[in-house]
Design a protein. Sequence first.
Length: 281
Amino acid sequence: MDSDRRTPGEVLANARSTYADKWTVSAEWHEAEGHYKWMADDLGLTDATILEIGVGDGRSTLELLSRGHTVVSIDENPECLAAAKARLESAGYEATVELRGAVQEDDFQHAVVYRTPNTRVRTGWCHLIEGDPVVDPGLRGWLERACGFDAVVCWLIGTHNARLGSNFHYHAKEVRSSGDYRLVVQNEVYELADLVLNRGGFLHVVDRGEVEDSEEYRNDVLSAHRDQASTTKLVVERCSHIVTGSVAAEGGKEMVMTPGSSGRPFLKSSLGLVAITSRRP
Ligand SMILES: C[S@@+](CC[C@H](N)C(=O)[O-])C[C@H]1O[C@@H](n2cnc3c(N)ncnc32)[C@H](O)[C@@H]1O
């Protein structure tokens, strides 16, 4: 069918599938470069209960499970949930998937309406749940009741074009670019972590950006995240980084960098990943 004549629901289905295919190439690169090990080491917990926002193809989740964690992982993309389940099961882990979304569309836009989750959390398992914390109030209520979390991780959040172009909710929030999108999701994750973390628990956000070993750089990153945390009880404690020396994995999703609060231009020689850790007092 001519792409111009596809319905918003068809555009969404295609964008989800293309995104899942591309992300797995990027994730393979992140895994081969040791980035997931670095993230899990930086979080620094073992045998904890973790809420992950954004499962990708499950490689980040696999790293968490290998540390003895119980994981609840939320993703809006059913294609990513299916890929993650297959990966986790083939590595020998118990994984469940709960699909909850119903796509609705008019001539121009789509929306996804989610029913309340009914997964029961089991120690040592991974529970993969379709949802989107930004537009999914039933998820928030369920997460508050399901169990206490020792950490919330939001690693490398990003999305496909149909969310930026034709999603009713994100359009209403005036989200037009990857940068807007990341900020909206991360802000929501700060609020969610405030609700579901046990006392002493951590929020661990990993993003792409300029990285360098200087006080000015660290203050720039920390001050951007302190703004994000300012409506919550969370205390932004530290940031760490790893230089990746690249902005894109061949064939995968191009890495779009997030600037610090100063908005300084990027130094292309020092692009990498930055992890920001906050604590719930
Ligand atoms: C770039 S991938 C990163 C996945 C994984 N954390 C990793 O580091 O490999 C981002 C994932 O977040 C999911 N995602 C993006 N926005 C989301 C949202 N608002 N709610 C739930 N999942 C989301 C995407 O579908 C995708 O699977």
